[in-house]
Ligand binder design. Structure first.
Ligand code: API
Length: 280
């Protein structure tokens, strides 16, 4: 199985072009994403044919679970599709678990430098946490985790996000709190967790504990969720620069209610998965 190792701000993926997803993709994802017995990645991403778009993207987390959508991965997939000649368009239609999304490529010569993705419209997670009132209302709810209460804003971009505003993201014990919130019963599909520090109305800092992956250097859908939560709670404007450990994304929540995410995508190496059992 040939693959391309790619990343968006250090959120890294094994990208595989295939006609279909192989059997037991969960098992394969666990082995391929393992940073000792496999290639090592935050996700195994398949680029597949689509009957309703230019291509279809499916992503499997390192724990084997399939995610509905991945913001950093869709930028990588768009770059791969253009540079490999698979789809010679600078605005692609990509079928995902969050619907058909539109990455637009910014070229530097024949290379894709950055990608702007129309991530669609944010969904305020109501089923997970009982939230009433219109979307414009501040939608904080209290979540009790290990005896501690957090005010959270739950937002979905196809995949669930729980956004928590703190005064200092560096002080958050991500490894302790992340899994407890990821697996909290309030989130029937588990959740990604974003801790957000507002620097000013145009700049935020975010650290992410990802569902099925743990702490990552960046999370595209998480950055979008944090930006929407910031605006909903009156803490930021609708255009923010999101500083993540791996770098910066620019998020714009436009008047059409669509959220646009702009950031880089990089290809690091090509390889061949030999498929031997872990441990040799
Ligand atoms: N772990 C996530 C999928 C990857 C999302 C993230 N890497 C991004 O860039 O959006 C989930 O289970 O929803």
């Amino acid at each position: 199985m040939r693959f391309l190792k790619m990343h968006g701000l250090g959120n890294d993926f094994v990208v595989v072009k295939a006609d279909s997803v192989p059997e037991q993709p969960d098992t394969l994802a666990r082995v391929v994403c393992d940073r000792h017995f496999g290639v090592g990645a935050d996700g195994l991403v398949f680029v597949l044919p689509s009957e309703k778009a230019d291509l279809r993207m499916r992503i499997f987390n390192p724990d084997g679970s399939e995610a509905e959508m991945c913001g950093n991965a869709i930028r990588c997939v768009a770059k791969y599709a253009y540079e490999s000649g698979m789809v010679r368009k600078t605005a692609l239609r990509v079928e995902t678990g969050a619907g058909i999304l539109i990455p637009r490529l910014h070229l530097a010569g024949e290379r894709v430098a950055t990608v702007e993705v129309d991530m669609g419209e944010p969904v305020l997670e109501r089923g997970a946490i009982p939230m009433d009132g219109p979307p414009g209302r501040v939608i904080n709810e209290l979540l009790t985790v290990a005896g501690e209460s957090f005010r959270v804003t739950a937002v979905s971009f196809g995949n669930p996000h729980c956004v928590i505003f703190v005064s200092d993201v560096a002080a958050v014990d991500l490894a302790a709190l992340g899994p407890k919130i990821e697996h909290h019963p309030a989130f029937p599909r588990r959740t990604n967790v974003e801790f957000v520090q507002v620097l000013n109305p145009e700049r935020i800092r975010v650290r992410v504990w990802e569902r099925g992956a743990g702490a990552t250097l960046a999370c595209g859908t998480g950055a979008c969720a944090a930006a929407v939560a910031g605006a909903l709670n009156g803490l930021t404007g609708r255009q923010v620069r999101v500083g993540l450990p791996g770098g910066e994304l620019f998020i714009r929540w436009a008047a059409d209610n669509h959220v646009y995410m702009t950031g880089p995508a990089a290809a690091v190496f090509a390889g061949e998965w030999l498929g031997e059992e872990p441990g040799g």
